[in-house]
Design a binder for this molecule. Structure first.
Ligand code: DC
Length: 226
């Protein structure tokens, strides 16, 4: 069967990764969480005191960074490896979330991420989620989905996810972080978050995971048949 590229872009915590992972599983495609790559770079910068506003320091740091994905049978998705270290749990920390949008706005960080992501899509059969996947990484992707959800729904979902790991987290902290990231991601100079003109909007505010998967799968099958 013809293999295609499916891109999912959208604001923070609107369920892109969940849907991308489910879609990839159903289609037997590769799932790539591009945000994990920017999070791993952020972790490297924080650990090594790299100033992400200093382009020279960032370029030097990027030469020492090797990113990889390692399939984890227990979770059914891939863990992020930073220089061979499994950092999947660490990159979801609030400290990384607080800085990832600033790091991801650096033009050299973007070039680094986009080049690796494009390589991963060479053989098609891939579902990738992020912010600029349909606009910059795969502008010719066969199916582009722009995922949205009501801001209050997004905050609540993210809060539940983080609270399970850290009961000290507050709803206000989560809301501030989401608003800040959405603002930086949408207003940065290099490949800001935008809906690609040919992307289909999927508002999942009132959809169950099963319902959104069914809708997206139908779109994929329609594209494969075209
Ligand atoms: O999807 P996420 O929330 O894990 O992404 C973390 C951050 O990484 C997000 O706030 C912006 C950045 N990002 C990006 O700039 N481009 C992408 N393709 C994916 C994520």
């Amino acid at each position: 069967m013809k293999k295609i590229i499916v891109t999912l872009d959208g604001y923070s915590s609107c369920g892109k990764s969940t849907l991308a992972k489910q879609l990839a599983h159903e289609l037997n495609y590769v799932f790539i969480d591009s945000g994990a790559m920017y999070r791993a770079i952020t972790l490297y910068c924080l650990r090594n005191h790299i100033d992400w506003n200093d382009d020279v320091a960032v370029q030097e740091a990027l030469q020492k960074i090797n990113l990889d994905f390692d399939y984890n049978a227990a979770t059914g998705s891939s863990d992020m490896l930073l220089n061979d270290e499994n950092v999947e749990a660490l990159i979801r920390d609030m400290l990384v979330s607080e800085h990832v949008s600033e790091v991801a706005a650096n033009q050299y960080v973007r070039q680094f991420g986009v080049a690796q992501q494009q390589k991963m899509g060479e053989k098609k059969g891939i579902v990738m989620d992020g912010r600029d996947i349909g606009t910059t990484v795969f502008p010719n992707a066969e199916l582009k989905i722009f995922v949205t959800a009501d801001p209050a729904v997004r905050v609540e979902r993210r809060f539940k996810e983080l609270y399970a790991k850290n009961p000290n987290i507050t709803m206000a902290e989560v809301q501030t972080n989401l608003e800040m990231r959405d603002y930086i991601d949408s207003n940065r100079e290099f490949s800001p978050l935008r809906k690609a003109e040919d992307a289909i909007i999927l508002d999942n505010s009132n959809l169950t995971r099963e319902e959104q998967l069914k809708t997206a799968l139908q779109w994929v099958h329609n594209k494969i048949k075209e």
